[in-house]
Design a binder for this molecule. Structure first.
Ligand SMILES: Nc1ncnc2c1ncn2[C@@H]1O[C@H](COP(=O)(O)OP(=O)(O)OP(=O)(O)O)[C@@H](O)[C@H]1O
Ligand SMILES: O=C(O)[C@H](O)COP(=O)(O)O
Length: 399
């Protein structure tokens, strides 16, 4: 029997752990298990202390009802392999299966509940609805450990409300992540460069506002770059575009210029006119960033841009990178992401990779994790931290 920081004795008690097990899947095959591996130490520590560990997590963005493709069942199997002990899987989150599974746990055993987002209460904007679901979750445990760093920016029942209902503590993963990110916000060694990409464009544009006052160089690739190119007056064909953010991008470009921050945009892009179309072989083509054809979709930064990005990063002493430069999952569109990852491995100073997909990209492209200063499990969460926003999943622990 043993203690867990902030909770005291946990032996024999049911401890609900919120982890971020939102991993990329191909069917039911986990293509990158980084977030599961990152979640293991806290779960293992609690189990070793004799707790009955009840893990809750989400996968993808189901709409408040069960959907087989978002089931956490494959994750339970992998978690068990990594823990070296069987993980009991409950086929619902708070229903009969969950209650029976938790009741059947012996001291030191671990259970995983089905995707918490199969319940509308989890993500509801209505406090009462979320609260009612949090009551059900809380009834399954005696204490709560918040360890899902990737979701601490979400005011959701299993992240926020449940902490108000149970004795709670911050998990080891969340503490480590916050410690590293604090170094980026408090006194980054200069030059400080930030690389942004990925597909959750509107989620990420906000961070630029804050970074314009902090970073020396901002490199932009991935899906978000097309809104910037369009804001500069270029056509972007069928590329990802957030029309309602054009004015915001224009304002960022103007502010960067007046404040001496260098925003580096790609000068060439890799496009395809057939992607994604079932089994069709990709037909990548490199075009100038200001000459994207109407029928083309931008899927990676081009080779000149990749070289320019690597050059811009070469002297940096602090680098934060979130979001792949292209659709790295397809080899034909992975070169930009590979070039940025390679450049980060040469940084003398602190290099931080943030984001589930960015971290997955680093690993699936074959880089050694040890070549980076820190690989964060949180994409949106780390960005919101850097934005200086309050993270509900953290502040609720401090109350
Ligand atoms: N030009 C592009 N067009 C469309 N999608 C793109 C483009 N460039 C990158 N992507 C996609 O962006 C996705 C990753 O973006 P996301 O914003 O989710 O990254 P992340 O922040 O690392 O992950 P997470 O939000 O899960 O932590 C990848 O699946 C990649 O294929
Ligand atoms: O993938 C992520 O960034 C986290 O798991 C959070 O997922 P969400 O953006 O769907 O809330």
């Amino acid at each position: 029997m043993g203690e867990y920081a902030g909770l005291g004795e946990v032996g024999g008690r049911r401890v609900l752990v919120r982890s971020d097990l939102n991993v990329p899947l191909d069917g039911s095959t986990i293509t990158d298990d980084g977030r599961i591996r990152a979640s293991v130490p806290t779960i293992a520590e609690l189990a070793a202390a004799g707790a009955r560990v009840v893990v809750t997590a989400h996968l993808g963005r189901p709409k408040g009802a069960p959907e087989e493709r978002y089931s956490l069942r494959p994750v339970a199997a992998r978690l068990g392999e990594l823990l070296g002990a069987e993980v009991a899987f409950a086929s619902d989150t708070v229903g009969d299966s969950a209650q029976q599974t938790v009741a059947g746990l012996a001291d030191g055993q671990v259970a995983l509940l089905e995707n918490v987002r199969f319940n509308a209460g989890e993500t509801s904007k209505d406090d009462a609805e979320r609260g009612a679901f949090a009551d059900q979750l809380a009834s399954l445990a005696d204490a709560f450990v918040s360890d899902g760093f990737g979701v601490v920016h979400r005011k959701q029942a299993s992240v926020y409300d449940v902490a108000q209902r149970l004795p709670h503590a911050m998990g080891g993963l969340v503490s480590t992540e916050i410690e590293v990110l604090r170094r980026l916000t408090e006194s980054p060694e200069r030059p400080y460069a930030v690389v942004l990409g990925g597909s959750k464009v509107s989620d990420k544009l906000g961070v630029i506002d804050n970074l314009l006052g902090k970073a020396d160089t901002l490199l932009i690739g991935g899906g978000m770059v097309f809104t910037f190119l369009k804001a500069q007056g270029h056509e972007v064909g069928k590329s990802l575009l957030e029309d309602d953010q054009l004015e915001v991008c224009r304002e960022y470009l103007a502010r960067a210029e007046s404040s001496g921050v260098s925003i580096v945009l790609p000068t060439d892009v890799v496009v395809d006119t057939t992607f994604p179309s079932g089994d069709a072989t990709p037909q990548p083509r490199v075009v100038a960033a200001d000459a994207i054809p109407d029928d083309a979709l931008g899927l990676d930064i081009g080779p000149d841009s990749a070289a320019a990005f690597a050059e811009a990063l070469s002297g940096a002493r602090t680098v934060f990178w979130n979001g792949p430069m292209g659709v790295f999952e397809v080899e034909e569109f992975a070169a930009g992401t590979r070039a940025v990852a390679q450049a980060l491995t040469g940084i003398e100073g602190l290099s931080v990779v943030g984001g589930g997909d960015s971290a997955a990209a680093v690993r699936t492209l074959g880089f050694d994790e040890a070549a980076f200063g820190h690989i964060s499990t949180g994409g949106g969460a780390s960005l919101e931290y850097l934005e200086g926003k309050e993270l509900p999943g953290i502040t609720v622990l401090e109350d």
